[in-house]
Design a binder for this molecule. Structure first.
Ligand code: ADP
Length: 596
């Protein structure tokens, strides 16, 4: 499969067509300095001068090189720097996804808008193939909460989604997979620390194939010392410099991005090769730059070893990590405490395109240098998702919705709890037509505990019904039966407290029977009918789960959706857009129990 990889930056358009069967580059065209009438260079060594400035002309000319050559392009992978909270994996592009990328663009104002220019242009120019957004942040979406959050005022976290996202995802993903290959091990058995040291630098702790920590955070400014970025600093410095130098926050942030890091320390350049050369000739600032750079790196390696409770491999990549034996040598000194010993000869002498081990034979922890291949990883990501989607497209899928605990009330109950003649008010509509979540809430008072602020769902019904999870039952001290909605006979009662009164219902507390709403047309498509019992499989990320004993409910007013409760959703670690499939029914082993 041939995937065109497109990476649009602030002043460049980088493209390459990759044959994902052989991983070979078929053709490559990079436009640089495009804000200034740039130039396109191709893998066939041709150079094209652009006659106008800007992204549009650079994109048009670059992509036309592929169409003029009539190269086969099966799908396009677009690099998108920030996926925010919306995108946790490579995603097929459509207008809704484009709107989502726009929605999170304020988190990466220097990157996402340029990425979007490439997407919009290429989707028009190559309009009969699938386009995928591959996010730099996605690989780090597995980072646990304890590593994800800053200890900042709660409203910053809640209102502005300020948290650690991490970047360089494709590089960390690629080199960690490649390290496992070189070590002839399964990545699911390895604890790996990957150090991407280029102009931008970041480090990641990858436990059994999943990123659990990384040094870049809310923005790519946090963490290691970089070419021109400071990495970690005391935030108190901002106010100090603002006051002492009379600078605005924007000016200071720009300097921390453009004038800091190796450039700031050396007072000379962001280029590590030059810094190493100057340091060897006695330049003290350059020596300091190398010392601070490698000290910070070693500090993070130690920290990430501690976080994972050990490490099996440490991988160096990026221009510095791949090429500088000197920085690797400095970074890996005195690592005996964690079981890593550098082989200085291998470190000096080895160099290749596929990666190599430079630790001593006796070293328990392996040290590796691996050239990163972010574009190849993007192409492989797009291919994987393209193939999965095309597979899933042929299967009938069912959207899954998780229902939180809630209450249905009769109008008589509303009268008691909120006052005679009170009408429930709509907070927001629910997916099933005509149903809505209400602004009104009640407390559930059980024998053991009380659960407050439980949402009422409207409209009012002919019977009171309280739907809770098994965890809620335990907390309240109630044994509720598993029942289909409306079948409350013989179920326990509970005390409800509303704004204006209390009501003890004699029965009505149930744990909802997991079920699928569908229309008669859906039922024909799935080959089921009302009240059938089916099994539904959800292949969702790390915890694929099969739900047995799932009730089919058919009505022309329904919308296709499976409803499960919060315990069930948590068990399967459902993502927002999770979908399930009916497990096929075959002969005697038929898993669908027909009702008659
Ligand atoms: P980017 O992050 O822009 O892709 P690279 O990954 O190409 O950048 O890394 C650029 C950095 O790699 C520069 O600081 C450069 O000096 C450094 N570098 C490249 N080769 C060597 C080398 N042999 N020794 C030391 N540093 C090197």
């Amino acid at each position: 499969m041939n995937i065109l990889v497109i990476n649009v930056g602030s002043s460049s358009v980088k493209t390459q067509l990759i044959d994902t069967n052989s991983n070979a580059i078929i053709f490559k065209a990079n436009a640089s300095k495009i804000l200034n009438k740039g130039v396109i260079k191709t893998s066939e060594k041709s150079t094209i001068n652009l006659m106008e400035r800007g992204h549009d002309i650079a994109l048009e000319k670059t992509i036309s090189l592929y169409t003029e050559k009539k190269l086969t392009i099966d799908a396009v992978a677009h690099r998108v720097v920030h996926g925010g909270d919306l995108f946790k994996e490579t995603t097929k592009l459509n207008q809704e996804v484009i709107d989502g990328i726009e929605q999170v663009a304020h988190l990466a104002p220097l990157h996402n808008p340029n990425n979007l220019k490439g997407i919009e242009f290429a989707m028009k120019a190559l309009n009969n193939i699938s386009h995928y957004a591959v996010f730099d942040t996605a690989f780090h979406s597995t980072i646990p909460n304890r590593a994800k959050h800053y200890a900042i005022p709660k409203e910053w976290r809640v209102k502005h989604s300020i948290r650690r996202f991490g970047f360089h995802g494709m590089s960390h993903q690629y080199v960690s997979k490649r390290a496992a290959e070189i070590l002839n091990s399964d990545i699911r058995d390895l604890k790996i620390i990957t150090c991407h040291l280029g102009n931008g630098c970041s480090i990641a702790a990858i436990e059994y194939g999943r990123s659990v920590e990384t040094s870049m955070g809310f923005t790519p400014l946090e963490g290691l010392v970089m070419g021109t970025r400071s990495g970690d600093i005391d935030p108190g410095i901002l106010q100090f410099i603002a006051k002492e130098e009379g600078k605005t926050i924007a000016e200071i942030e720009k300097q921390l991005n453009k004038d800091a890091g190796l450039k700031g320390l050396s007072g000379l350049t962001n280029d590590m090769q030059t810094i190493i050369q100057e340091a060897s000739e006695g330049n003290e600032d350059c020596r300091l730059a190398i010392h601070v750079f490698t000290h910070r790196l070693r500090k993070y390696i130690g920290a990430y070893t501690a976080i994972m409770g050990g490490v099996d491999a440490i991988v160096f990549t990026g221009g510095i990590g791949e090429n500088s034996e000197y920085i690797r040598h400095r970074a890996c000194q005195r690592f005996e405490y964690l079981g890593a010993r550098i082989d200085e000869d291998k470190n000096r002498e080895f160099k290749n395109e596929v990666g190599f081990i430079f630790s001593d034979e006796t070293s328990r922890v392996k040290l590796l240098a691996i050239p990163t291949q972010e574009e190849l990883e993007m192409a492989l990501e797009a291919k994987k998702h393209h193939q999965e989607l095309n597979k899933v497209d042929k299967t009938l899928t069912i959207p899954i919705a998780v229902s939180a605990r809630h209450v249905h009330l009769t109008q008589d109950a509303v009268d008691v709890l909120f006052g005679k003649g009170y009408q429930l008010t709509e907070y927001k509509p629910l997916s099933q037509p005509g149903q809505f979540a209400c602004n009104e809430r009640v407390s559930l008072v059980g024998p053991k505990n009380t659960i407050e602020r439980v949402r009422i769902l409207g409209p009012t019904r002919s019977k009171n019904q309280v739907e809770i999870s098994r965890t809620d039952e335990f907390f309240l001290g109630i044994d509720a039966p598993i029942r289909a909605s409306g079948h409350t006979e013989g179920s326990p009662g509970i005390k409800l407290i509303g704004d204006k009164g209390e009501l003890t219902i004699k029965e009505g507390v149930i744990c909802a029977w997991r079920h699928i709403h569908m229309t008669p047309e859906d039922a024909i498509n799935f080959g089921v009918k009302d009240k059938d019992i089916v099994e539904v499989s959800i292949s969702n990320g790390e915890r694929p789960t099969t739900f047995g004993n799932t009730l089919i409910r058919v009505k022309s007013s329904y919308k296709l959706e499976m409803h499960i409760d919060t315990d069930e959703g948590n068990a399967a670690e459902l993502s927002r857009d999770a979908k399930g499939i009916l497990i096929p029914c075959e002969g005697d082993a038929c898993l669908v129990k027909k009702t008659n």
